[in-house]
Every structure is written in C-alpha cells, then in structure tokens.
Ligand binder design. Sequence first.
Ligand SMILES: Cc1cc2nc3c(=O)[nH]c(=O)nc-3n(C[C@H](O)[C@H](O)[C@H](O)COP(=O)(O)O)c2cc1C
Length: 195
Amino acid sequence: MTKTVQLHVDRYYLQYPAVATIVTSHADGRDNAMAVAWHTAISRDPPIYCVSISSKRFTYGLIKASGEFVVNFVPWEKRELVAKVAGCSGKDVDKFRAFTIAAEPGKEVGAPVLTDAYAAYECRVMEGVTLGDHTLFIGKIVAVHWDESVFTEDEVFDPEQVHPVLYLGGDHYAMATGSVLLDRIVLAKAGVEAS
Ligand SMILES: Cc1cc2nc3c(=O)[nH]c(=O)nc-3n(C[C@H](O)[C@H](O)[C@H](O)COP(=O)(O)O)c2cc1C
C-alpha cells in the first residue's frame, strides 16, 4: 500500500464516513435544525454527549442563548432532509416550516425532537470549549428517546431495521448495511495463544 503523507494539514476529512445527525435548537421563539457529523459520546456516567459547532452557524447562537440542544439520529429515508438542513441557514430560512419537519417538544429541553428520528438525545450544555474554528458543546444527556424496534433486546442497533445516514464529506453520503458478531475475548485469546 502506497500512502501520501502531508505535513501541512489542509485536508482533514479522512475520518469519514461518520454518522450524520440533525441537531435541533431553540431560543427566543425560534426552532432550528442543522446537519452535524462532528459529534461523540464522552462519558457514560454521567451520560455526556458533545457536538462541535462553528460560530458561523445560526445554531451556535441558539445553543449559546439556551444552553440546550438535541441530537437526532435519522434513518436513510431522511437523507435528503440532512442535506436540506445543511444547505441553508436558520438566519435566512425557517427550516421547520420550509421543509415541513415533524417534531415534538423535548421533555426536558426547549429544542424539538424530530418525529422521524429513530433515537435522540436531549442535552443541557455543561461547558462550551472553543478549539480552533469550532466550539465543542459538551452536553449532559437529560432525556433519551428511541424506537425500540430498531434496537435488539441487548440495546444493540439493528442494521436490518434501519440504515443510518453516513456522511462521506462534501455532498456524498452512504448507506451502511450488514453486521457481524465478533467475540472480542475469544478472538483476543486465540490471537495471543497463536502468537
Ligand atoms: C452532513 C453534514 C455534516 C455537517 N456537520 C457539521 C458539524 O459537525 N459542525 C458544523 O459546525 N457544521 C456542520 N455542517 C455544516 C452545517 O450543517 C451547515 O453550515 C448548516 O447550514 C448550518 O445551519 P444553521 O446556520 O441554520 O445552524 C455539516 C454539513 C453537512 C452536509
């Protein structure tokens, strides 16, 4: 395998694919939705989730003002909605009205939860850390919503039931299909024994 190495890093999309989410926010009587691929879980107890948002986004001001956001995980059928909410700003467009986005109010936060999300985390901001050109909003998860039919009894996501929207960068998306069970203990033991 021949690899290209760059020391001046201006290309930084090699971590994709990443699950594209829709982050919703609410402040001053305005709801908004934007696509977010830079998000991650960071603590199980307490449950903490974070999203990285540029200060250029309308969402940034709403999260700053309210201290709340919702991370919505949407199925492949909603891929065009992901692109639509990424393709314009809440500064110019009421996206909920323009794209007839179905939502219900959060249980614990003012931001809406998308009706079509198969899972959603309501988050209250613990801290906002600005690093470079984005701010990491670190949120305590205060309510979790999920469609039980999409998860197995062990709470494992079932890719037979729903395909998440994978973002590849630019305007490219992919559908994830298939799954495999790998027993890490058995595999690691066998690997160590064989070495
Ligand atoms: C799939 C996808 C993922 C994105 N992820 C992020 C992200 O993690 N953080 C961010 O600041 N912008 C991200 N963007 C860009 C915003 O979604 C886009 O600028 C949007 O219009 C902002 O909306 P707003 O101004 O209404 O908040 C992403 C765009 C796409 C297409």
